[in-house]
Design a protein around this ligand. Structure first.
Ligand SMILES: [Zn+2]
Length: 344
């Protein structure tokens, strides 16, 4: 049963734009996906967002007049309050793109603009594994680690659009591994899919015994591997091989998964001792690791956190998968709509 009003949610990634029309209960009526084509520059990119909005509405079988608002989410760097994409490193050559104003004018509808990780967290809070909670933290475990924090329907954006960057909190003060952002010791350097593959490769090169030696990671960890091949082995998709090997008893794989779970637990406990949320959720491709990873995170959290939050905070996997971003973007548009009604 579709519930009015309806909202369009758009989730822009480096490679693809996902979107859909979402109803008042957080259920998608349509789902679309098209290449981002950031390489085409600012104007071309804005045209791609327009196309995504149009396709989402057409696929839902609704006229534009049935839509009450549009939400757009993009990767940083950005100015959330100003509605601007600044200079995202994975979306070159885009620079200072006035996304919110453009979409608002093009469709003549109230438009919200949000960081993609924050939008995914809002999606889970509204319609996913965070339903019914007052506050959540979502860690999205993919190539990097994205994070969003929602406290009593408020998205923690920060004063300079850099709130909730919990993938980049320091979990190792001395001799820390280098993070993708260029600083040492961050959570992402220990527990993202990419860092898990990178660490596996290092241990294989140091001649440790492992069943992973016969997998693509091992084959590309030999002395003859070219720099391009080595870069290829860092592909986050190979992290699944490490989780599989751990499940079959491979000691090296188990050590890496255990260290990642411990780092994630340290990140979770830091959040529990900062905002004391109802739930901490994990989403993203790495959740394919299933209950062995989640139960190790829970084990370390219970050991490291204050007794009351250790007992009461739920540590769960997210539910919406790759839809979390566009559902959450639509949720941001709905949130603004509800606030505007309250104000009148
Ligand atoms: Zn970092």
């Amino acid at each position: 049963m579709k519930q009015r009003p309806f909202f369009v949610g758009i989730d822009v990634g480096g490679q693809s734009i996902k979107g859909g029309v979402v109803d008042d209960a957080g259920q998608p009526l349509s789902e679309i996906d098209l290449p981002t084509e950031a390489f085409g520059g600012n104007d071309h990119f804005l045209g791609r967002i327009d196309l995504a909005v149009e396709r989402a509405i057409v696929a839902a079988g609704l006229p534009l007049s049935e839509i009450s608002g549009i939400g757009v989410a993009t990767p940083g760097t950005m100015d959330i309050q100003g509605g601007l994409i600044l200079e995202p490193p994975n979306m070159r050559p885009l620079k200072n793109v006035p996304v919110r104003e453009h979409v608002q004018q093009r469709f003549q509808l109230p438009t919200t603009f949000q960081n993609d990780a924050n939008a995914a967290a809002y999606g889970e809070f509204w319609a996913g594994a965070g339903r019914g909670a007052n506050s959540i933290v979502l860690f999205t475990l993919g190539t990097g680690i994205g994070c969003g924090i929602i406290v009593r329907d408020m998205i923690i954006e920060g004063e300079h659009s850099h709130g909730a960057e919990v993938g980049h909190i320091v979990v190792q003060m001395f001799d820390g591994r280098m993070c993708g952002c260029g600083q040492p010791g961050h959570l992402e350097a220990y527990a993202s899919a990419r860092s898990i593959v990178k660490r596996t490769k290092e241990l294989l090169i140091s001649s440790r015994e492992s069943s992973l030696r016969s997998t693509p990671i091992g084959q590309l960890s030999g002395p003859s591997a070219s720099p391009a091949e080595v870069e290829e082995t860092l592909d986050a998709r190979y992290a699944g091989l490490v989780f599989q090997a751990a499940a079959t008893g491979d000691a090296l794989a188990q050590e890496i998964v255990e260290d990642a779970a411990y780092a994630l637990a340290v990140g979770a406990v830091n959040m529990m001792h900062t905002i004391n949320p109802d739930r901490i959720l994990y989403g993203g491709g790495m959740t394919a690791a299933g209950s062995p990873l989640l139960s190790r995170i829970q084990h370390h959290v219970h050991r490291l956190a204050f007794p009351v939050p250790a007992q009461k905070t739920q540590i769960l996997y997210a539910e919406l998968g790759t839809k979390a971003g566009f559902i959450g973007s639509a949720g941001c548009a709905r949130r603004a709509y509800v606030q505007s009604i309250k104000a009148t």
